[in-house]
Design a protein around this ligand. Structure first.
Ligand SMILES: CC(C)(COP(=O)(O)OP(=O)(O)OC[C@H]1O[C@@H](n2cnc3c(N)ncnc32)[C@H](O)[C@@H]1OP(=O)(O)O)[C@@H](O)C(=O)NCCC(=O)NCCS
Length: 140
């Protein structure tokens, strides 16, 4: 499999990938904002077809939030998820200054915790730290 990594993706391609894993589609406004404001956005392609993506949002100083890790179901279990996380880690390493500590966070989808543990992420709550928290905000 010839995998290529790029940094561009169309609105249609992005929503098609989200649909493929049963995630809700983004509006064009949301898509434009994530393209404009993500610190890092990587897309995996096989023969030009989008097969995976992930991105990072944050301040580029201390907080780096890994989000929207998606591999198309037809291409899962081929190491593409691992490669995408590797690209994210390279981005962080290229960005953080020598001697600095940065906080890398994510919100795991159900039963995906073991995937992220492979890369060193630690589950919360634990003996030292409280739970992560979230909400979905829907504007009426
Ligand atoms: C989670 C996801 C990104 C993994 O992508 P993938 O390309 O199939 O993963 P890889 O093939 O690179 O797997 C890397 C390693 O993680 C393991 N792994 C993958 N998914 C796993 C899971 N759900 N539970 C436990 N281990 C998992 C693999 O066995 C592999 O282990 P190894 O390298 O030691 O052999 C993919 O299943 C996906 O897109 N799911 C739907 C969207 C989603 O839920 N994304 C996560 C949002 S938080």
């Amino acid at each position: 499999m010839n995998i290529e990594f790029t940094h561009t993706i169309s609105f249609e391609e992005y929503n098609a990938l989200r649909r493929a894993v049963n995630w809700g589609e983004l509006s064009l406004r949301q898509f434009d904002m994530i393209v404009k404001n993500s610190l890092f956005f990587v897309i995996a392609r096989v023969d030009g077809k989008v097969v995976g993506t992930t991105r990072c949002v944050g301040d580029g100083g201390y907080h780096f939030f890994l989000c929207d890790v998606i591999v198309h179901p037809d291409y899962q279990k081929n190491g593409i998820g691992r490669m995408l996380i590797g690209k994210f880690m390279n981005f962080v390493d290229d960005t953080v200054g020598r001697g600095e500590t940065a906080m890398l966070t994510l919100v795991a989808a159900k039963d995906k915790e073991p995937f992220y543990k492979k890369f060193g992420f630690i589950e919360r709550p634990n003996a030292d730290r409280g739970a992560g928290m979230y909400m979905f905000y829907q504007k009426k």
